[in-house]
Design a protein around this ligand. Structure first.
Ligand SMILES: C[S@@+](CC[C@H](N)C(=O)[O-])C[C@H]1O[C@@H](n2cnc3c(N)ncnc32)[C@H](O)[C@@H]1O
Length: 265
C-alpha cells in the first residue's frame, strides 16, 4: 500500500473545494444523517462534508498517524476499506476521495461501502493521467509529464480511474446515478507560500522525484533514464528557484476529479 504523509496531503489538497462545491450537489449533503469518509487521511474531505451537512461525519483510515490529524476535525475510527468495522446499514452516505485509485480491487471496496450504507455511495477520484501544468519555466510541463508517465507505468492500480468510475460502481452492484467533474486548480504566483518554496526546493534537490524512484523503476523506466530525468529535473528546480527569487515564477496545475454517485440497490 502506498503511504501518504500529512504534508503531502495538505500540499496536494490546498484550496480543494474552496472555489466551488457544485460537483458535490448529487451527494445531497444537506439531507444526510450519518456520513462515512473512507480513506479520510487527514480529513481534507471530511471537513468539507461536516461544513455542508447537518449530519454526523465519521472518518475512517488504515493509517493511524493521518487519523490523528483527522481527529481534530471529525470523530475517527481505524479500519480497512475492504472490511469496514461497522454493521450493515450504519450510514446513509459512504464516500471516499482519492482512495479507489490506490486499491487493487476498487469494486470490492465499493461493494463494502454499499453494505454499510442504506442509501448513497460516492467516490471523488482523479484522472491522474490528465493532469495539466502551465509553468513560466519552459521545461517544467514536459518533465512533469515524463515523470508522471513513468510513475503511472510503475503503479499497479488504476490511478486514472476517475472518469470511468461508473463502470466500477456497476461492477459493485450499485446503480450509478451521476458523475460530475471538478477541476482542482492550484496556482503558484508571488507572494509565494511557504509550501510553494518547499516544493521548489524539493525539485532542485530531486527529493520529490526520489520518493517515487522505486515505483518508476518497476515500470518501463531504466536506471539510466531515471538518472537522466533526475538531472534535468534538478536543473529545472534550480530555474524555478531563480525565477522565484526574481518574483517571476508562475505555475498552474489542474487535476481533474470526478464525483460519481450511486444508489444502493
Ligand atoms: C491519497 S490519500 C487521500 C486522503 C483523503 N481522502 C484526501 O483526499 O485527502 C489515500 C488515503 O487512503 C488511505 N488508504 C489506503 N488504503 C486503504 C484501505 N485499504 N483502507 C482504508 N484506507 C486506506 C491512505 O492511508 C490515505 O489516507
Amino acid at each position: 500500500m502506498r503511504e501518504f504523509s500529512e504534508s503531502y496531503l495538505s500540499r496536494t489538497r490546498e484550496g480543494m473545494w474552496a472555489d466551488s462545491r457544485a460537483a458535490l450537489e448529487p451527494l445531497a449533503l444537506d439531507s444526510r444523517n450519518r456520513i462515512l469518509d473512507v480513506g479520510c487521511g487527514t480529513g481534507e474531505l471530511s471537513r468539507v462534508l461536516a461544513a455542508e451537512s447537518p449530519g454526523e461525519v465519521v472518518g475512517c483510515d488504515v493509517d493511524p498517524e493521518l487519523l490523528a490529524a483527522a481527529r481534530d476535525h471529525v470523530p475517527v475510527v481505524a479500519g480497512d476499506a475492504r472490511r469496514l468495522p461497522f454493521p450493515d446499514d450504519t450510514f446513509d452516505l459512504v464516500v471516499c476521495q482519492a482512495l479507489l485509485i490506490n486499491l487493487p480491487d476498487p469494486a470490492a471496496a465499493l461493494a463494502e461501502f454499499a453494505r454499510v450504507s442504506t442509501d448513497l455511495v460516492a467516490a471523488v477520484e482523479p484522472d491522474n493521467a490528465a493532469v495539466e501544468i502551465d509553468s513560466s519555466v519552459d521545461a517544467e510541463g514536459g518533465l512533469e509529464r515524463r515523470a508522471r508517465r513513468a510513475y503511472l507505468d510503475g503503479v499497479d492500480t488504476d490511478v486514472a480511474l476517475g472518469a470511468d468510475a461508473r463502470d466500477t460502481f456497476e461492477a459493485a452492484g450499485l446503480e450509478a446515478l451521476e458523475t460530475r467533474r471538478y477541476d482542482h486548480v492550484r496556482t503558484v504566483e508571488p507572494p509565494y507560500s511557504e509550501m510553494a518554496v518547499v516544493a521548489a526546493r524539493r525539485k532542485a534537490t530531486g527529493a520529490g522525484l526520489a520518493d517515487d524512484r522505486e515505483t518508476m523503476l518497476s515500470g518501463a523506466l531504466t536506471e539510466a533514464e531515471y538518472d537522466e530525468l533526475r538531472g534535468s529535473w534538478r536543473e529545472m528546480g534550480r530555474s524555478v528557484i531563480e525565477q522565484m527569487e526574481a518574483r517571476e515564477y508562475r505555475r498552474e496545475e489542474a487535476v481533474p476529479f470526478f464525483v460519481t454517485v450511486g444508489r444502493v440497490a
